[in-house]
Design a protein around this ligand. Structure first.
Ligand SMILES: NC(=O)c1ccc[n+]([C@@H]2O[C@H](COP(=O)([O-])OP(=O)(O)OC[C@H]3O[C@@H](n4cnc5c(N)ncnc54)[C@H](O)[C@@H]3O)[C@@H](O)[C@H]2O)c1
Length: 211
């Protein structure tokens, strides 16, 4: 059985991946955990500990091979395979996500948008068609869907998620403002930009109070 890795470690992985990608673009072939720690502002021991969860990857006296580490972390994060995505709720947020081309570079392919507003039927965003919700069962029957993105009003999110789960979708990237609770075999990532904004606000206030 695979060793269970803590979610805290997993949450740090995309950041390693991003930094290593930047190093690769800059032509850096190898890096020590000390150098990486200075760039990333985390301790070298944290980096070693994190990467040891997956078997290390470093060599004593050599450091890390950037290309190798980048690819290995990519595999850990499942970026070595294609994920087909549908977007449920083709309003501002849904269309903005569909317009973002960089997801494709990482293997996340948006294959369809879905909505209930008949005014959007048959329109497309960057060549990706907007379908009506009642077409969803047929779509899912013919096309593999790995992830559903929820960008519809909060009040409609729970019901839509249940429908998606019934249709066999096992991963949900939820942008609606509620924390979805779904069966254990469904993975959910709730994204709340406003949480991040409130965190920023807290730090602004704290700084002002200390001035
Ligand atoms: N998580 C975040 O950080 C974040 C940031 C911005 C917005 N949001 C949330 O994202 C959601 C969408 O925001 P928006 O600005 O794009 O809103 P919007 O009104 O522009 O778009 C919502 C779309 O969902 C469609 N819709 C309504 N009911 C539906 C259903 N049952 N099935 C499918 N589609 C349905 C509407 O017709 C509309 O096109 C909202 O819940 C909003 O609160 C979240």
């Amino acid at each position: 059985m695979q060793k269970e890795i803590s979610q805290a470690v997993i949450r740090r992985m995309p950041r390693y991946y991003r930094y290593l990608g930047e190093l690769l673009d800059a032509g850096v072939e190898r890096i020590s955990s000390n150098e990486l720690s200075v760039r990333m502002k985390v301790t070298a021991s944290q980096i070693r500990q994190d990467l040891n969860n997956f078997g290390g990857f470093g060599q004593q006296g050599y450091g890390y091979n950037v290309q190798y580490l980048y690819e290995e972390i990519g595999k850990i994060l499942g970026l070595d395979r294609q994920h087909n995505i549908i977007v449920v709720g083709a309003g501002n947020m849904g269309q903005a996500l569909a317009n973002y081309v960089k997801f494709e570079k990482r293997g996340f392919m948006i294959t369809g948008l879905f909505d209930v507003n008949p005014a959007l039927a048959g329109l497309s965003v960057r060549g990706i068609e907007i379908h009506m919700m009642d077409e969803l069962p047929e779509f899912v029957k013919h096309q593999r869907v790995d992830i559903a993105v929820l960008t519809l009003p909060k009040e409609k999110a729970e019901q839509a998620a249940e429908q998606l789960v019934k249709l066999g979708i096992r991963a949900i990237w939820n942008f609606a403002h509620l924390d979805l609770e779904l069966p254990d075999d469904v993975v959910v990532e709730n994204v709340h930009l406003s949480d991040s904004l409130m965190q920023l606000s807290y730090n602004i206030v704290r700084r002002q109070d200390n001035e």
